[in-house]
Write a protein that binds this ligand. Structure first.
Ligand code: PHE
Length: 459
């Protein structure tokens, strides 16, 4: 199958291509950069347990629903609802487009950090970990790295589905996994690593608050690229006979597996370096890892450190591609404009919207201390956009998609779509659970956590 031309929508060459691309969209900074600092914000093991529960019990059904809507309609996140005859619901897709724009705006900046760190690690600049504040405060450098990142993303997206996205994922995802596994093994041999493992794996539920649940829920959605139409868009490129249940499991297991291993590695390193996980924030991996690479040795440390950040940048790239694809597919399908030009314009708009996030790391005070929540915590523009998009809009999108699938599109039609490729789905326990979760569990749980936390956090 050729890439997307100006006239056809293109598609994945086969099911494996889809799984790899969707897993590539899921695996990214969310697993390796965001997951560890969310775990430490959430107090450790209890957060991990809640995150896993959200992923398997709630996100699995929502993911299946998204992919099914996409394949059923062959449309983008907005057009899919209209194609099913429910135009008012296309607002859910529009919320997804906005969410994608918000996320990509700051994601691209963090991806730029990863790129910069790759270069610095190869150069043997291990002290960068202690100078992270200076690094992110250097806006000229950040401007450079994040522009490079956005341009590469735009070029890949403009070449279409199987041309760009598929090929890159096939090589780079497995390499990243191998490297993280090796680093995890190394991290566990360090003195003090066991304390980190305990912190990470032994839950202390007495520390759990509503905000912990909200964070775990947001992290699950963010990491799985869920609730904002990315998987509707990707699902629209899936073959009619493919087994979507199997594909969904593969994506979920890959994503959760990589986050889990990365977390183990990070907490082993954090504790073996005698650091306090609770004050890492968004800089956590960038402050901890250079020291860990240094401990490997002067030459090997450079190579492994550089390679790690190169692969992290690639993992980020398969995610930025998915993030950009959502608004681009929407504009291209709905307004029938040329893909090649649209990609550049949308990319530029998102890039500009990311500038306050870039300046909010110490350069401009207004963006650095952008808003104070009712808890008294003051956060930067970037943190605020991240909280809004990943912890609020994504679960909200997931909630609306679940409700829509079960009650508006209807469970039977959803089941029929899945049964192309998985004929026994409807009668299986999993099928019954999925429908139940979409009908009741997801709307109730996601709805109440979102509402309560919005009230607690923002008012
Ligand atoms: N899931 C990606 C990550 O973990 C981020 C992402 C969100 C990508 C939404 C696409 C859509 O890094």
């Amino acid at each position: 199958m050729a890439g997307v031309s100006e006239t056809s929508r293109g598609g994945f060459s086969n099911k494996l291509g889809f799984i790899l691309a969707a897993a590539g969209s899921a695996v990214g900074l969310g697993n390796i950069w965001k997951f560890p600092f969310e775990v430490s914000d959430g107090g450790g093991g209890a957060f991990v347990v809640m995150y896993l529960a959200f992923c398997f019990l709630l996100c699995f059904p929502v993911m299946l629903a998204e992919i099914a809507i996409g394949r059923n309609t062959n449309k983008n996140a907005v057009g899919a609802f209209t194609a099913q005859g429910n135009k008012p619901w296309s607002a859910v897709g529009k919320l997804g487009v906005v969410t994608g724009i918000f996320i990509l705006s700051f994601y691209n900046i963090v991806a730029g950090w990863a790129l910069g760190f790759a270069i610095e690690m190869f150069a043997g600049n291990f002290s960068l970990g202690q100078n992270f504040g200076e690094f992110v405060g250097n806006w000229q450098l950040n401007l450079l790295f994040s522009s490079i990142f956005m341009v590469v993303t735009v070029v890949i997206v403009s070449r279409g589905i199987s041309g760009g996205i598929e090929k890159a994922s096939k090589i780079l995802m497995p390499s990243l996994l191998v490297l993280i596994l090796a680093l995890m093994t190394y991290s566990l041999t360090q003195d003090g690593a066991l304390e980190g493992v305990k912190y990470y794996l032994i839950p202390d539920f007495s520390e759990v608050t509503f905000e912990t649940a909200y964070g775990a829920m947001g992290q699950a959605f963010f990491s799985l690229s869920l609730g904002m139409g990315a998987l509707i868009t990707y699902g629209s490129y899936v073959g009619k006979k493919d087994n979507m249940v199997h594909a969904t499991f593969m994506i979920l297991l890959t994503d959760v597996g990589i986050a889990f291993i990365a977390g183990l590695m990070m907490f082993a390193f954090i504790f073996s370096q005698g650091l306090d996980p609770s004050n890492g924030g968004a800089g956590l991996i960038f402050t901890v890892l250079p020291g860990a690479f240094e401990s490997i040795g002067p030459v090997m440390g450079r190579i492994i450190g550089g390679l790690f950040f190169v692969l992290l940048s690639f993992a980020a790239l398969t995610s930025t591609v998915a993030l950009l694809e959502v608004p681009v597919a929407y504009v291209v399908d709905e307004f029938e404009v040329r893909r090649s030009r649209t990609v550049w314009i949308v990319g530029l708009v998102i890039f500009l919207f990311g500038i306050p996030s870039m300046l909010g790391n110490g350069t401009v005070e207004f963006f650095s201390e952008f808003i104070t929540y009712s808890s008294g915590k003051t956060v930067s523009f970037m943190d605020f956009i991240e909280n809004l998009a990943s912890d609020t809009f994504m679960p909200l999108g997931g909630l609306l998609i679940s409700f829509y699938t079960a009650w508006v599109w209807r469970g039977d039609n959803f089941k029929k779509e899945i049964e192309n490729g998985n004929p026994n789905f409807g009668n299986s326990l999993l099928g019954k659970y999925t429908i139940f979760a979409l009908k009741y569990l997801a709307p109730i749980i996601l709805g109440s956590i979102t509402i309560i936390t919005i009230l607690l956090k923002f008012f």
